[in-house]
Design a protein. Structure first.
Length: 326
């Protein structure tokens, strides 16, 4: 508190006092941004208006505006704006994980990681979407989810221009261009960009379906398949078409529906040039050129390029089958 009496002309002191520890003196950019309010006895950021009681905390905040990163890792040379962030980062190199879950004993490098992890045991989901009320255990997951309603995809691939709602998805996508597929299946030698994709793929060979629907007990190989399935048990329609107001249970169903209004047909046949709204329709069309009819009726000799047409045919046999077995 005493050092604040030396705030002359609302500029920063030389900071030679041990009150501020071993931190560096404020830069010219910091001096122009930090203002001391005599009335509230607080330091005020001229850029965003945030207030702090301690000068040291304010200097750390100001670096987010100036871009200064004075704390450098001596192992990988990565730079940080705050000393604490450097300290946490160094645990990556040392392997130190001081925070342990008292339920499953899993260890973490940061305390907030442990806090988030504990929600997997408690089931706590404190962050709710104000549109569809879906709940999340982490704020960043809610932010990404909101983009499914807004359609926002702020991350762009510099190679092909494809956009993504999350930076992680973009990083994975870029590896498709670089050809970096380090994870290989020992059974069929298929390669994957991500290790978890390989782990999921191995379930095809093992037949493992470790994920179970808590409502109907149907099992699944993939978490994404389970999440989509669970929505089938709900009557909630969260996704609305801006053109006709029709509601949908799934975001991908809405995206497919939107093609009706835009008349966009992005899928082209390389053989005849015919265009289609859906990739599944294009695949069926290509079979006509190849002469393939992979879907066969086990009652009659009917074959088709479309599973939907086969099901329609099978429904026509149903009264006959019932009559025969009666």
């Amino acid at each position: 508190m005493h050092m604040r009496t030396h705030w002359k002309d609302r500029t920063l002191p030389n900071n030679n006092s041990s009150t501020f520890g071993d931190t560096v003196a404020p830069t010219t950019d910091q001096k122009s941004i930090i203002h001391f309010d005599d009335c509230t006895r607080q330091y005020v950021c001229r850029v965003c208006g945030k207030r702090y009681l301690r000068l040291q905390v304010m200097k750390g905040h100001v670096r987010c505006h100036t871009g200064e990163r004075p704390f450098i890792c001596d192992v990988c040379q990565r730079a940080f704006s705050r000393r604490h962030r450097l300290k946490v980062h160094k645990r990556i190199h040392s392997g130190e994980k001081p925070y342990h879950c008292d339920v499953c004993l899993q260890a973490f490098t940061q305390q907030h990681q442990l806090k988030v992890h504990k929600r997997t045991h408690s089931g706590e989901k404190p962050y709710h979407c104000d549109i569809c009320q879906e709940a999340f255990s982490q704020l960043r997951h809610l932010k990404v989810h909101r983009r499914t309603h807004s359609g926002e995809k702020p991350y762009h691939c510099p190679t092909c221009g494809k956009t993504f709602a999350e930076s992680l998805f973009l990083k994975r996508h870029i590896r498709l261009h670089t050809g970096d597929r380090l994870h290989q299946c020992s059974v069929c030698e298929k390669k994957f960009v991500q290790s978890y994709k390989l782990k999921e793929h191995m379930r095809i060979h093992s037949g493992d379906r470790p994920l179970t629907c808590f409502i109907c007990e149907r099992t699944f190989r993939y978490r994404s398949s389970l999440n989509v399935h669970i929505k089938c048990h709900s009557d909630q329609l969260s996704y609305c078409c801006n053109f006709c107001g029709r509601m949908f249970r799934f975001a991908y169903t809405l995206r497919v529906h939107m093609l009706i209004h835009t008349e966009d047909k992005p899928y082209n046949c390389g053989e005849c040039g015919k265009t289609f709204r859906h990739v599944s329709t294009l695949k069926e069309h290509v079979l006509l050129h190849n002469g393939e009819r992979p879907y066969a009726c086990h009652v009659c000799s009917y074959t088709s390029v479309s599973l939907k047409n086969l099901k329609r045919r099978m429904n026509g046999h149903m009264p006959f089958q019932i009559f025969k077995t009666a």
